[in-house]
Design a protein. Structure first.
Length: 135
């Protein structure tokens, strides 16, 4: 498989594909939460009770929606990449605990866990050269 050996030269393109794909999906899932208003924010924010936070569900829900929408946009352009990945990771950890708390088990929490693993890895890798944060 020597023809695959040269793909390492396109690491930055691969990171761009990951950033854009994840960013679009988080905007897609986060926008209805953000546009849903106070009732939706409170419902989303109530997930924090599964990690022991029982106050301000409205504020936590709004913050979660903002992180998904604006964090998704920042992922796409590659700005403030590592802080966004950390916020997304926190968001996804809460989502996974919520699924476990609701009795959904590993199958219900799997999407959140998979994305959390991706963001945990991206924290160390960085955004790549095709980003606003390019060094």
């Amino acid at each position: 498989m020597t023809y695959l050996a040269n793909l390492g030269k396109y690491r930055n393109l691969g990171l761009l594909i990951i950033r854009v794909g994840l960013g679009i999906m988080f905007i897609y899932h986060g926008f209805p939460k953000l546009a849903g208003g106070t009732k939706t924010w409170e419902e989303v924010g109530s997930a924090t009770k599964y990690v022991g936070i029982h106050f301000w569900p409205l504020a936590w829900g709004l913050l979660a929606a903002v992180v998904e929408v604006f964090g998704g946009f920042l992922l796409i352009i590659g700005l403030a990449f590592r802080p966004v990945c950390i916020l997304m990771l926190i968001n996804l950890i809460v989502a996974a605990f919520m699924h476990f708390g609701l009795g959904d088990g590993i199958m219900g929490a799997s999407h959140a866990i998979e994305d959390a693993i991706a963001f945990a890895g991206l924290i160390f890798i960085g955004p790549g050269s095709y980003s606003v944060d390019k060094k």
